[in-house]
Design a protein around this ligand. Structure first.
Ligand SMILES: Nc1nc2c(c(=O)[nH]1)N[C@H]1C(S)=C(S)[C@@H](COP(=O)(O)OP(=O)(O)OC[C@H]3O[C@@H](n4cnc5c(=O)[nH]c(N)nc54)[C@H](O)[C@@H]3O)O[C@H]1N2
Ligand SMILES: Nc1nc2c(c(=O)[nH]1)N[C@H]1C(S)=C(S)[C@@H](COP(=O)(O)OP(=O)(O)OC[C@H]3O[C@@H](n4cnc5c(=O)[nH]c(N)nc54)[C@H](O)[C@@H]3O)O[C@H]1N2
Ligand code: SF4
Ligand SMILES: [Mo]
Length: 749
């Protein structure tokens, strides 16, 4: 490994959760050539258009190269690492001593490509007594997780590459991907007359264009559409009775409620032709296999948790579980959520689901005189000042903190509010991996090796967290010495010494990732010290799924860990049999439990629930944050990565454009209860009248080659309000923001 090499080196794309394997030629620290890695077990050579643009991440002008400390006047000064570490550790220690460690909040922990840092932060936080967390999952997946926890206690994924019928609910995989080789799989489905695709989306997306059934719901009316679809299954006796009897609890309660659903009325409410809706339900019922993907179109819209509940009825009532091409529980290498029931946040009493408080309540948990408010915050690999609803509220709250530390590769909107900014090595300069391992029957894990040394001045997060933990002085070096010795003698000896040491010393057990980094880490080759924590996870995985890990070719946890270290293109860590799905249900009886009283009450109430949140003042539904060909969350700040849609156009229907006097390429102002913005207009047949959309990932600032600060497009959360959120999960309604759109006097750009 050098900074320039003729070899194709394996790594992965970091722009979405798929983390497609790629091979890269590095030239003078540039990712000079990039192509798909055929040896990657999940992506098999596939990439989308975005992977080729990765050098805009690696070599961007906003990269941080030194720890920075804010001066009283708001400007920053560079400081050395030792000063930064000791001041930050002392600062958090002081807050923990004065107010309690629980007043320290942690936000982030990993983006689309990097979860190793988050694995180590836990040791530092635990040592301080801090346990409250939030991250982007709490603005999308916590409602689904709450439903999943009731149903079967795990996360499910559809096996789209083999499904006879694929259903996408508020999901546009042609653009947003999210499962392996998405476009290849979508093309295969579309060209096979024996297979069908059902898309529920108000927009005629690229995915919807390929669909056999496009249920073009009015924005925000999915609950009626999904209730009607499930009701057709019940009312036309199309459920899988044998499956329900053998594997499902609560089916009678659910059926009793769905039997009462007025299908034609609900079809009319959601704006979908009743015959089309009934045919779609019948197609699902007839199929040998059905797989379903729900995503932001419902998770970030009205009745979010209820929609998560209802769409799962489509595959559960029809018995599409534990067979090829259906929906599956899957193994996981490290859980993305903490186990446990719903807690409450200290200030606003919002639900804490899977260990995460809603992103939307974070400002209110800080900016208050409540005695239990958060006083300090660590943000790692996330940009909440831009990605969380109501940026103005987030700014005000973060500015009021006694201590804010941001760990990032770039100077971000959030970093600019911090007391200290710590520069991380990029994801191509360190060992990295994600825990987005969500497939069944074969599940994969990819430890990426670094392609080059860290940029001068930066450190990989595992090292940052180790230094911070060391500075707290919670573990004495002598406690680690026996483990260091054992590690020198191989993994078997290390395993034995580890069990003894941790069993005897609760202080070590509290900071396990730190212990692994400090003892096993130094023995790992090729800059892989940061992979040390994976040893513990490999042991746990091998214990949790012994058969499936063995089927994947790994005799035990140590063998699995070795395979991870050497498998440069990623490895398969579990191979399941379809029957295993039942064993993965965490309820004692291994049955799916579908009667959630609150949800059934919501279904009964739907006859009265209003569908629209719009008003005469804000008559248009704005979806703020659509995934497009050239969006990648906030990961790519350099706008020149985009070869199209450089301004992130506001898409509106021809009817709205005519009514509002908008012209294609002209400018419009957008107002919501939270703020205003200006955008370039694109008139598009894909949009329904009354619905407009803005892309995600725009409006991040960047210093261009001339030294000017540019920030093209609209920052979507300038327009969203933190109060618009789901009643159960507190997830935001980013896809359903009531807005007013007006043509601007100077229509030409
Ligand atoms: N290109 C690209 N891909 C990405 C990302 C990216 O930034 N860019 N980000 C990644 C991340 S973090 C995520 S979470 C995923 C998200 O992936 P998706 O959820 O697929 O992305 P979105 O485009 O935000 O929303 C999906 C769809 O919801 C539709 N929608 C809007 N309102 C409604 C409604 O009321 N009902 C229904 N049924 N649908 C509605 C939109 O028209 C859109 O087609 O994408 C990942 N992939
Ligand atoms: N209005 C609106 N808001 C949304 C959405 C929407 O659709 N509409 N979507 C939401 C969703 S689904 C998501 S997932 C979130 C995403 O929002 P965030 O949680 O903010 O995550 P990212 O945009 O992925 O930002 C990742 C940050 O990590 C930094 N980074 C990259 N590599 C590294 C590294 O190796 N180490 C460190 N320490 N940092 C690194 C990047 O510079 C960037 O600042 O946005 C949410 N916000
Ligand atoms: S953006 Fe996602 S789908 Fe596209 S190459 Fe990267 S990881 Fe793969
Ligand atoms: Mo996301």
């Amino acid at each position: 490994m050098t900074d320039t090499t003729d070899d194709w080196q394996p790594t992965a794309c970091i722009l979405c959760e798929c983390n497609c394997g790629i091979v890269v030629k590095v030239d003078d620290r540039r990712l000079a050539r990039i192509r798909g890695d055929k040896d990657h077990p999940a992506s098999q050579g596939y990439t989308c258009n975005k992977a080729l643009r990765l050098d805009h991440y690696q070599n961007q002008r906003n990269r941080l190269t030194s720890p920075m400390r804010r001066r009283p006047d708001g400007s920053y000064e560079e400081i050395d690492w030792d000063t930064a570490i000791s001041e930050i550790a002392a600062g958090f220690r002081a807050i923990a001593d004065t107010h309690g460690g629980d007043k320290i909040l942690y936000y982030g922990g990993g983006g689309q490509g990097n979860h190793l840092g988050g694995a180590y932060s836990g040791a530092f936080l635990k040592a301080l007594g801090s346990y409250h967390r939030s991250n982007a999952l709490a603005q999308e997946k916590t409602g689904e997780h709450w439903v999943d926890a009731h149903f079967y206690g795990g996360h499910t994924r559809g096996e789209f590459d083999h499904a006879e019928v694929s259903v996408f609910v508020g999901k546009n995989p042609w653009m947003s991907q999210s499962f392996p080789r998405a476009r290849v799989v979508l093309n295969e489905i579309a060209k096979d007359p024996a297979r069908s695709m059902i898309v529920i989306d108000p927009v005629l997306t690229d995915t919807a264009k390929m669909a056999d059934f496009h249920l073009r719901v009015r924005p925000g009316t999915d609950a009626w559409c999904l209730a009607a679809l499930a009701a057709v299954l019940v009312q036309e006796n199309r459920c899988d009775e044998a499956f329900l009897a053998e594997h499902v609890n609560g089916a009678e309660d659910v059926r009793a409620v769905l039997a009462q659903v007025p299908v034609s009325d609900y079809a009319a409410r959601c704006g979908v032709d009743e015959d089309l809706l009934r045919e779609a339900a019948r197609r699902i019922a007839r199929a040998d296999s059905v797989a379903v993907f729900e995503d932001l179109g419902i998770q970030q819209s009205v009745n979010s948790t209820l929609c998560s509940y209802l769409n799962k009825m489509l595959w559960i009532l029809t018995g599409n579980f534990a067979k090829p091409g259906s929906q599956h529980l899957h193994s996981s290498f490290a859980p993305l959520f903490r186990p446990g029931g719903v807690g409450r946040t200290p200030v606003t009493g919002a639900p804490i689901i899977g260990g995460l408080m809603p992103s939307n309540v974070v400002p209110d948990e800080i900016l208050t005189d409540h005695p239990d408010r958060f006083r300090a915050l660590i943000v790692e690999s996330s940009n909440p000042a831009h990605s969380v609803a109501d940026s103005a509220a987030v700014h005000a709250a973060f500015e009021s903190l006694e201590l804010l530390v941001v760990v990032d590769v770039a100077m971000t909107e959030t970093a600019r509010l911090a007391h200290y900014v710590l520069p991380a090595a990029s994801q191509f300069e360190k060992a990295e991996a994600t825990f987005f391992n969500l497939e069944f029957p074969r599940n994969t894990f990819h430890l990426r090796h670094r392609l080059m040394e860290p940029l001068e001045g930066t450190l990989p997060e595992p090292e940052i967290w180790a230094r911070l933990t060391r500075a707290l002085g919670v573990v004495d070096d002598s406690e680690l010495a026996p483990l260091r010795d054992a590690a020198e003698h191989g993994l078997d000896e290390f395993a034995a010494a580890f069990l003894t040491a941790v069993g005897a010393n609760p202080g070590l057990a509290k900071v396990l990732p730190f212990v692994l980094y400090e003892t096993l880490g130094p023995t790992l080759p090729d800059g892989l010290a940061g992979a040390a924590a994976l040893w513990g996870l490999a042991q746990k995985t091998a214990m949790t799924y012994p058969e499936a890990v063995r089927r994947a070719g790994h005799a035990d946890g140590n063998a699995l860990f070795e395979a991870i270290l050497t498998g440069r293109s990623g490895i398969t860590f579990t191979v399941h049999e379809y029957e295993d799905d039942f064993a993965l249900i965490t309820h004692d009886d291994r049955r799916i439990s579908i009667a959630i009283p609150e949800m059934l009450a919501e279904v009964e109430k739907l006859t009265e629930t209003p569908a629209a949140l719009t008003s005469p003042e804000f008559p248009i539904v704005l979806s703020a944050g659509e995934r497009r060909a050239f969006t990648a969350n906030d990961i790519l700040r350099d706008p020149s990565w985009r070869t199209r849609d450089a301004q992130g156009a506001l898409r509106v229907s021809p009817a709205d454009a005519a009514a509002l006097g908008l012209c294609d390429g002209g400018r419009a102002s957008i107002s919501t209860a939270a703020g205003t913005a200006e955008a370039v207009v694109e008139i598009s047949d894909a949009m329904l009248p009354g619905h407009a959309s803005l892309p995600n990932g725009f409006g991040v600032d960047y210093v261009d080659a001339e030294g000017h600060v540019v920030a093209p497009g609209v920052a979507p959360n300038a327009l969203t309000s933190s109060r618009w959120r789901d009643a159960y999960a507190g997830t935001p309604l980013h896809k359903h923001v009531p807005a007013r759109i007006e043509a601007m006097a100077d229509a030409a750009l």
